[in-house]
Every structure is written in C-alpha cells, then in structure tokens.
Write a protein that binds this ligand. Structure first.
Ligand SMILES: [Zn+2]
Length: 461
C-alpha cells in the first residue's frame, strides 16, 4: 500500500504501550498503520522524526476564542497549532439564543480556523436553559457551562441577568437528562467574594495577594462542593474547570472518584503564585494561589485526581492589565505554551511521564467531551493529529513569535525545555519549526454524536 505520509524514526506515545519507537503511516487524514521502525512502505511524503517524540495533537478543552478580537478563530487557531494543539473546544458565550449563535459560530470557525474544533455553550439565562435539549439533539453540543461567580448583581456587569443557585440546580437537572452530556461549572462563591473584596479594597490592599484574599481558595471549594452535590443529586456529569487549590482538591477527594466527575487545572495554577513577578498581568479568575497549592496540584496530576489540563486561553491585549488589581481584566493567553510548560515543569523538573501528559492533554479531554476515538490518541483509524516534540530544545517564550492577537505572555522571557517542532492536523502539516504553514479554514468541526460513549473509564496512572 502506498500511504500519503510516513512519520519516520520517532518515538510515539501509544495507548497501552507507552513510548514506542515506530513509524506512523497516514492515509486520508487518518492513522493507517503503526509500523516497525524502518519498515518498508511507500509514501508521497516522509517526515523525519529522528530524535523526536510524537504525541497525539493536544485537545485543549478550555479556550475563549472571540473574547479578544473578532478574528480570534484565525489568529488563535494559529497560536494553537504553534503550541501543538490540534483541536480546541471553545466556550461560545452570548446572551442570545444558541440555536442561532451556535451555527453562526460553527460557520465562522469552519471558515477561518486552522485547527479542528467543537463548541461548549455557556448557559446564562432562562432562554438558554430551555434550549439544552435541542442543543444536544439537534446541534451536537454536549457540554455546557455555568458561571457560579456571575450570580445576582454580578451578571449586570456583563450585561446579563443574574442567576441564582436554583437556576444552577435546574441546569444540572436539564443536563442530567443526557447521560453523555457534561456541565462545566466555574466554581467561586460570589457572595463571599463580594464581602471580602469590599474588605480588601477598604484596607487599600493591592496586587495578586489582595486578589487571592478577596477570592480565596475556600470560596472555590464551596462551589465545587455545591457542584459535586448537584452531580450526586441529579446524576449530571460535571466538569470542574481550572482547579487552583489544595482546598478544592480536598473537596473533590472527599466526594471520591466517580465516572461522572471530571477535574481540570491550567498551566498557570501549576506555575504561578501570588508572589509571581508578573504582578497584575497574572490576574485571573480564580486567582493564582500559593506555592503549597502549586505542589498539591502537581501531586493531583500524578495521582489521577485531576483528569485534564486546559489553557483557559483568552487573547486580549496587555493594555487591559493596566491599573490596579481591581481595575485590570482577568485572564491571559496560554494555548501556545500549554505543552512546553508541562514538558518543562512537569516532565523535566518533576518526572511526570509523557504518557501521563498525553492523557491529561489529549486522551482524557477527547473522551470527556465525546471527541474520542476520532481525537486524543495515536491509534489506527483515529485522525492523524500529531505533534512532533523536541524534548531537548530550549527556547525563551516571546509573545512576538506567537501569532496570537494577544501581545504578551505571562511566561515572557522564561526559558522552557521541550517544544513542539511540527504539528499535523488530519495528516496535513500546519506548523513547522514554530512557523504556521497551513491554511486558514483547514479546521473542521468534530462530530460528537457519533463518538464512543464518553462515560468509559478514563486513562489513569
Ligand atoms: Zn475559562
């Protein structure tokens, strides 16, 4: 058989088998064969992966494209490819009906995205709540999000009606009608935060320590508790995004492992603390915490309490970070540095196995969000989404070298070891040596309905 492409000479991370020296054959955008190294086979193109490791392309289950610039799908999907991310799941966010917003967003992404994609919908009002069944059944949307931190008057700031805990419960009940759908909940108890924010501001407190004191870890733990209780009560599958703290982990562990509960953290909670020299630039919700929290999260990545790592990427400009901690906008870009941070801080510094990094960034998010077996692992029949990584390459993070709309990185100037050197989406190279080589609009919507049941056991160490 003559293949389209063969990736020769690398070591690939394969399901069940670990890091294996092999050649990968690609035909029609899919993995057609896992071959013995040097096996005789013909292909139109040969990619030399000598000295490199080959991972499944990352599935970043947590991005906010469209919040930085209207052209985000074009620019941020390029940034994704530069970071070895081949599928993004974007949080569609609008007060309008998703029955109209979702097809429009999908069409925009299909026209301009370089990498493959799927969508989550953020449920903010009664109209959205009433649309859940149709979004699952007719729009192939299987994941929803609730912001527990925009209850009451906090919603008005974002131009949406405030919700309450009863609304949250009703949403969990609605999502539970679809056993393979999942509800992501941003967990921060806003009533506590209002009071503590007033106290911090009255005391003239500033900087990241003040932001953390105003939105403390126990406020996160409080709403994780509510989320897990609602999961237990309704049978809803839940996803805890961006876990930041030992206190949050403690609640997750008290409830015990469940195939209906999934937990994510982000690179910044694994690397930054309230003492970060970046200061206000590192403002994010929930806040970055303490060195003890950072180490607790690394432990939870290794022991399986945390299932995924997502970027929470948002492409606003650094100018939104001007002023005091109380005025600056939260959030920052991260899709391009997700993998290098995990390789540098996780693999090289803490001995986190490559197999575990693959589970956290590809296999598990693909399964949880119903993109497997098309996405998330290097296996015959799966899409040939691959990232070729040079584990030894040292490079200093420079926002100027990333094609994002954002003009800064919280890791600017940091030298990291371990970088993607080529990215393939369905067999087509979209990045080589840090430069985008693919075409806008190469990305496709990933059908989720046809995928295997997501409730299967996750890959754990
Ligand atoms: Zn987010």
């Amino acid at each position: 058989m003559r293949y389209d492409t063969i990736v020769r000479g690398g070591r690939a991370v394969l399901p069940e088998r670990g890091v294996v020296a092999c050649d990968l054959a690609i035909a029609d955008g899919r993995i057609a064969g896992i071959l013995e190294p040097g096996a005789r086979a013909e292909a139109a193109e040969v990619l030399d992966a000598t000295g490199l490791v080959v991972l499944p392309g990352l599935v970043d289950g947590h991005v906010h494209f469209g919040m930085g610039s209207p052209d985000d799908w074009a620019s941020e999907s390029r940034a994704a490819a530069q970071g070895g991310v081949t599928t993004v799941i974007n949080y569609a966010q609008s007060p309008d009906s998703y029955l109209e917003v979702e097809p429009a967003e999908r069409a925009l992404a299909a026209a301009t995205s370089l990498v493959d994609f799927a969508l989550h919908c953020i449920v903010m009002n009664e109209g959205h709540l009433a649309e859940v069944d149709r979004l699952v059944d007719e729009h192939d949307v299987w994941s929803f999000k609730y912001f527990s931190n925009i209850k009451g008057d906090e919603g008005a700031r974002l131009g949406i009606p405030g919700t309450d805990t009863g609304f949250f419960y009703a949403l969990a009940r609605a999502v539970a009608r679809h056993p393979e759908a999942v509800l992501a909940v941003h967990p921060e108890n806003v009533e506590t935060i209002w009071r503590l924010t007033a106290e911090q501001r009255a005391a003239g407190a500033e900087g990241l320590p003040a932001w953390n004191a105003a939105r403390p870890a126990f406020a996160e733990a409080h709403d994780i508790f509510t989320t897990l209780l609602f999961a237990q009560e309704t049978g809803c599958r839940v996803y805890v995004p961006h876990l930041t703290s030992a206190a949050g982990l403690d609640v997750v562990r008290r409830f015990g492992a469940s195939d209906r509960v999934h937990v994510e953290t982000c690179p910044h909670y694994l690397t930054l603390t309230v003492d970060a020299p970046e200061g206000v630039v590192a403002k994010v919700n929930p806040p970055v915490r303490t060195a003890e929290d950072v180490e607790a999260l690394w432990g939870a990545l290794a022991d399986g309490t945390i299932d995924t790592v997502g970027s929470d990427h948002i492409s606003r400009l650094e100018a939104v970070k001007e002023g005091s901690i109380w005025q600056a906008q939260p959030g920052f870009p991260g899709v391009s540095t997700l993998l290098p941070v995990l390789l540098h801080e996780g693999h090289h510094r803490r001995g986190l196995p490559l197999e575990r990094i693959v589970e956290l960034t590809a296999t598990n998010p693909a399964r949880i969000f119903r993109l497997a077996p098309t996405k998330g692992s290097i296996a015959p029949g799966a899409d040939a989404d691959l990232v070729l990584v040079d584990l030894d390459r040292r490079r200093t993070v420079a926002a100027a070298e990333i094609d994002s709309h954002a003009d800064y990185s919280v890791y600017e100037g940091r030298e990291l070891q371990g970088w993607p050197v080529a990215t393939l989406v369905r067999g087509t190279p979209v990045m080589r040596d840090g430069e985008v080589v693919g075409e806008a609009g190469h990305g496709r919507h990933v059908p989720r309905r046809a995928a295997a049941p997501a409730a299967q056991e996750l890959s754990r160490v």
